[in-house]
Design a binder for this molecule. Structure first.
Ligand code: GDP
Ligand code: IMO
Ligand code: MG
Length: 423
C-alpha cells in the first residue's frame, strides 16, 4: 500500500487537524512526520473541541494506530499536558500511540534559547511560537541533539551535556532564566513518555505498508513555512513539504500515494514575514472575526488576506499535490465579491512565477469574482452549492490544475462535503 500525505499549502492553520480526523476512517495508521508543539490542530465533533500539538489527529476515530515519527521534535512537558487532557476527557491513548525513538527531544533550554534568539533579533524577529523548535532542529542538524531513544540509555549524561552547552550560549546572550520549574515539568513529561511504546518507527511504518495497511501522514505548519521553500527566513525549521514525509517517517519516495493539499478559501499568516495579499482594512477584520482567526493555542490574532494563487501554484508544484481540499468556505458566505491574486507586480513587472524573495515587495494583481452571499454552513451535498460558489471552485480548479475533492463549510467534523472519493 501507499502513504497518502495531507499537508498545508499556505502559512499553516489551514484546517489540517479537522480533515485528518474526517479522513481517518479510511486509514489504519495516522502519522506525524515533522514539526512539534508549534502546531495547533483543532478538531470539533459532537459539541466538543480539542487542540492537538504533537499527537496525530487520528486519535479520536476508533482504534487506529497513531505514530509520532522520527522527524518530529517532542517536548515532554507539553506532550504530558496533551496526554493528560485527552485522558481526562475519556480518551486514553497509551495503546493507540507509538513514538519513534529517533524523534528529537525539545529540552527546556531549547525554549529559553528560542526566546533569547528572538529577543536578540529585535524588530527582525521571526515571531516564533516560542516552543524551542528552531534550537532543537539546530541541535539535530549539528549532531548535538537528544533523542527519545536516549531516554533508555545514559540519559542523564546526554541531557546534562546538552544543557551545559545551552547555558553557555544563554550566558553570551545575557539571558536571565530560572530552570527549576521548567525542568520539573520536563522530567515528569519524560516519565509520561516512558509509558508509551517507543519504537523504530521506520520499520513499523514499512511493515504496515507491506501488510497492506493504509497510512496517512499528517503535515504540520504549511508549505510557505517550509525551511527550504517558504518565505525564508520567516519560516519554521523543518521540511513541511511532501518530501518531509519520506525523511520524517523513513519511507521511500515511491511509497507516496495521494498528496492532499489543504488551503483556506482566503489566506492567513501568524508571526512576522511577507504576506503579499494581506489586508489591513475592514475586509481583513471581517475575515478575522468571521473565521475566528486567532491562534489555536496562543490566541495571537492571525493576519488575513485574499487567496494567493501564485503561492498556491508553487506549493502544489513542490508537493506534487493530487487533490485539493478547500477549507473555511463559509467564512466568505457574506462577501459581495471575492478577490484572488493571480500574479505579482515586482519592480513594475507582472510575474506569475513565485519569486526568490517575497521580502523585496510583491504587489498582488487580482481578479474579482462574485460572492455567493448564501449561508453554506448547513449544506450536506454539492447539489446545494450556490452557482457563484461553483464558479469560484471551477475558477480555482482551472487556475491550479488540480481538482477540489473536499469542501469544508464549518469547523465541525460533520460540516464537510466530499465532492468525490479519491480513486
Ligand atoms: P490546522 O493547524 O491546520 O489544523 O488548523 P487550526 O486548527 O490551527 O486552525 C483552523 C481553525 O479553523 C480551527 O479553529 C478550526 O476549528 C477551524 N475550521 C476548520 N475548518 C473550518 C471551516 O470549514 N469553517 C470554519 N468556519 N472554521 C473551520
Ligand atoms: P499548524 O500545524 C501557523 C509559524 C510561527 C512563526 C514561524 C516559526 O498549526 O499549522 P516556529 O515556532 O516554528 O519556529 O515559528 O512559523 N508557525 C505556524 N504558523 N501554524 C502553525 O502550525 C505554525 N507553526 C509555526 O508563527 O511565524
Ligand atoms: Mg494550527
Amino acid at each position: 500500500m501507499k502513504v497518502d500525505v495531507l499537508l498545508g499549502l499556505q502559512w499553516g492553520d489551514e484546517g489540517k487537524g479537522k480533515v485528518v480526523d474526517v479522513l481517518t476512517p479510511n486509514y489504519d495508521l495516522i502519522t506525524r512526520f515533522q514539526g512539534g508543539p508549534n502546531a495547533g490542530h483543532t478538531l470539533e465533533f459532537e459539541g466538543k473541541k480539542f487542540v492537538l500539538r504533537s499527537i496525530p489527529s487520528g486519535i479520536f476515530q476508533g482504534d487506529k494506530v497513531n505514530v509520532i515519527g522520527n522527524g518530529v521534535v517532542l517536548d515532554p512537558a507539553l506532550f504530558k499536558a496533551e496526554v493528560d487532557a485527552l485522558k481526562a476527557s475519556g480518551h486514553p491513548l497509551t495503546e493507540r500511540l507509538k513514538i519513534s525513538k529517533k524523534a528529537h527531544l525539545i529540552l527546556p533550554t531549547h525554549r529559553l534559547l528560542d526566546a533569547a534568539y528572538e529577543s536578540a533579533k529585535g524588530e527582525g524577529k521571526i515571531g516564533t511560537t516560542g516552543k524551542g523548535i528552531g534550537p532543537t532542529y539546530t541541535d539535530k542538524i549539528s549532531r548535538n541533539g537528544v533523542r527519545v531513544g536516549d531516554i533508555l540509555h545514559n540519559f542523564d549524561e546526554k541531557y546534562q551535556a546538552a544543557v551545559a552547552r545551552h547555558k553557555q550560549i544563554l550566558l553570551q546572550y545575557d539571558f536571565a532564566y530560572d530552570l527549576t520549574e521548567l525542568e520539573k515539568a520536563w522530567f515528569e513529561g519524560i516519565e509520561c513518555i516512558k509509558e508509551f511504546d517507543l519504537i523504530d518507527s521506520e520499520h513499523f511504518v514499512n511493515d504496515a505498508l507491506r501488510s497492506e495497511k493504509r497510512v496517512l501522514a499528517e503535515g504540520a505548519q504549511g508549505t510557505m513555512l517550509d525551511i527550504d521553500f517558504g518565505s525564508y527566513p520567516f519560516v519554521t525549521s523543518s521540511n513541511t513539504i511532501c518530501a518531509g514525509a519520506c525523511t520524517g517517517l523513513g519511507i521511500a519516495p515511491n511509497t507516496i500515494g495521494d498528496v492532499f493539499g489543504i488551503f483556506k478559501a482566503y489566506c492567513t499568516r501568524v508571526g512576522s514575514g511577507p504576506f503579499p495579499t494581506e489586508l489591513f482594512d475592514e475586509t481583513g477584520d471581517q475575515m478575522r472575526n468571521i473565521g475566528c482567526e486567532f491562534g489555536s493555542v496562543t490566541g495571537r490574532p492571525r493576519r488575513c488576506g485574499w487567496i494567493d494563487l501564485v503561492a498556491l501554484k508553487y506549493a502544489i508544484m513542490v508537493n506534487g499535490v493530487t487533490q485539493l481540499i478547500m477549507m473555511k468556505s463559509d467564512v466568505m458566505d457574506t462577501f459581495e465579491t471575492i478577490k484572488a491574486c493571480v500574479a505579482y507586480k515586482i519592480d513594475g513587472e507582472e510575474v506569475e512565477q513565485f519569486p526568490f524573495d517575497l521580502n523585496d515587495g510583491a504587489e498582488p494583481v487580482y481578479v474579482e469574482l462574485a460572492g455567493w452571499q448564501t449561508d453554506m454552513t448547513q449544506m450536506q451535498s454539492e447539489d446545494e452549492f450556490p452557482e457563484e460558489f461553483n464558479a469560484y471552485v471551477s475558477f480555482l480548479e482551472q487556475e491550479l490544475e488540480v481538482p477540489v475533492m473536499i469542501v469544508s463549510v464549518g469547523p465541525d467534523r460533520a460540516q464537510t462535503i466530499v465532492r468525490y472519493q479519491e480513486a
